[in-house]
Ligand binder design. Structure first.
Ligand code: G3P
Ligand code: CA
Length: 356
C-alpha cells in the first residue's frame, strides 16, 4: 500500500549480490503491508531540521519517506510525546527554563512545560550550515501531532514507526499507545504502523495490546542485548574512537545471534532492527549486525531486517548488498535518491514552501 510504484522500481535496482535475499525480504515485507525496501525517517528528516519536530516530520513526509520514526515517552500528565533522549538537556533550553530539573527525565514535566521548551535552537548552534531562523522556538510534538502531520497530505501518506523508549520509566505506555492509535483509526490499515523496542518485555506488552501490528526487536551488542565475543569495555580497550571499538565487536558466537532472533520471534516480532558499522565511523556507528550471514539467517527464520542509522551512499550500498530490507536514516532525501525515488523538490524548497 505504501509507495507501491517505488517498491517495484527499487527492486530492479538492487545489486546482484542482494537479489537472492531481496526475494525473501520483499515477500516478507509484502505479507506485512510494509514498504520494500523501507525508507524510515529517523526522528523525521533530522539531518535537515531539528529531530522529532514538525518541520523534520513534514519534510520527511513530503520527500516521500515510507515511515516517520519516533521515540515515545510520556509527560507527567499522561500525554505521549516524541523525544529521544532520557532527558531534555541536549535538544532544548531546559537548563535555562527549569534549572532545578534540568537533568530530570521527560516524565518529570507536564505537557505544558514540555511545550514551553525551545527544541529548535540547539540545532542552529550545532549545525550552522543547516540553521534556519524559523527553527528557533520549535516545540516538542505529541503523538497526536505526529499523526496529524503524517496524515495531512493525501498525496503523501507515510506510516509511523514507533519506538517505546526507556519503557521501564513508563509503566503502561504500551496500553496508552494502543488506545491512542486505535482512537485515531491508525490500526485499521495493515502496515501503517510498525512498533519497535530494544526492550523484549516492552515488545511483548505491545504484542499483547496490538497483536496484529508488525513489531521489530532492535538489536545491538551490549547490556540487555547481544553478548559480545570479547568482554573488554571501551575504557579497557585503549581505543580512542568509540566507533572503531564498536566496529570490532562481534556477537559471542552464531548461537548468541540466533538466540536473539528467536527472542524476537517469541516476543511477537516480524523482524529485527540491527545496528550498522559505518564507513566513516561517527556517533551513529556501532557493531556490524547486518553481515550477509546474519540477514540470511533472519530471512530464513521469516524475519525482516531494518538497519539503523545510515545516511551515506557508501553505507546504503553496503547494507543493501548485505541483504537488509529497510533503512532508518536521518537523510530520507538521500536514501530516496539512492533508491531512484527522488522528490521533485529539494529539502530546502520543501522547507521554504512550508514556511521554514
Ligand atoms: O529506533 C531505531 C533507532 O532509532 C535506534 O536508535 O537511539 O536512535 O533510537 P535510537
Ligand atoms: Ca528510535
Amino acid at each position: 500500500m505504501f509507495n507501491a510504484i517505488g517498491r517495484v522500481c527499487c527492486l530492479a535496482l538492487l545489486p546482484m549480490a542482494g537479489l537472492a535475499e531481496a526475494g525473501q525480504g520483499a515477500e516478507l515485507a509484502r505479507a506485512q503491508g510494509i514498504a520494500y525496501p523501507a525508507v524510515i525517517a529517523h526522528r523525521g528528516a533530522s539531518y535537515d531540521a531539528p529531530e522529532s519536530t514538525a518541520p523534520a516530520y513534514l519534510l520527511a513526509r513530503e520527500l516521500g519517506a515510507d515511515y516517520l520514526e519516533l521515540d515515545l515517552q510520556r509527560s507527567s500528565d499522561g500525554i505521549l510525546v516524541a523525544v529521544h533522549d532520557d532527558n531534555l538537556l541536549r535538544t532544548s533550553d531546559v537548563a535555562e527554563r527549569f534549572p532545578e530539573r534540568q537533568s530530570s527525565p521527560v516524565s518529570a514535566f507536564t505537557l505544558a512545560e514540555l511545550k514551553s521548551l525551545d527544541v529548535g535552537s540547539w540545532f542552529n548552534k550545532a549545525y550552522p550550515e543547516r540553521a534556519r531562523a524559523s527553527f528557533k522556538g520549535l516545540q516538542i510534538q505529541t503523538l497526536d501531532e505526529v499523526m496529524d502531520i503524517a496524515a495531512a497530505n493525501p498525496q503523501r501518506q507515510p506510516g509511523l514507526y514507533i519506538e517505546t523508549k526507556v519503557p521501564g520509566l513508563f509503566p503502561g505506555i504500551e496500553a496508552d499507545l494502543g488506545k491512542g492509535l486505535q482512537a485515531r483509526g491508525w490500526l485499521d490499515q495493515p502496515g501503517r504502523v510498525v512498533l519497535q523496542s530494544f526492550d523484549r518485555n516492552s515488545l511483548a506488552l505491545l504484542h499483547q495490546q496490538m497483536p496484529q501490528v508488525p513489531k521489530i526487536l532492535l538489536l545491538w551488542i551490549g547490556k540487555g542485548s547481544i553478548e559480545p565475543a570479547a568482554q573488554q569495555t571501551f575504557a579497557e580497550s585503549g581505543e580512542s574512537d568509540k566507533a572503531a571499538f564498536y566496529a570490532r565487536q562481534q556477537p559471542k558466537d552464531k548461537a548468541e545471534f540466533e538466540r536473539w532472533l528467536d527472542y524476537a520471534k517469541a516476543a511477537g516480532a516480524i523482524g529485527t532492527g540491527p545496528s550498522a558499522a559505518l564507513a566513516e565511523g561517527g556517533a551513529q556507528s556501532y557493531a556490524d549486525l547486518v553481515q550477509p550471514w546474519m540477514n540470511q539467517l533472519s530471512h530464513d527464520k521469516g524475519l525482516l531486517v531494518h538497519v539503523y542509522t545510515v545516511d551515506e551512499a557508501v553505507d546504503f550500498r553496503k547494507v543493501m548488498a548485505a541483504g537488509v530490507d529497510g533503512i532508518f536514516t536521518n537523510r530520507s532525501g538521500q536514501l530516496l535518491r539512492y533508491f531512484a525515488r527522488p522528490s521533485a523538490h529539494s529539502e530546502a524548497q520543501i522547507l521554504r514552501a512550508h514556511g521554514y
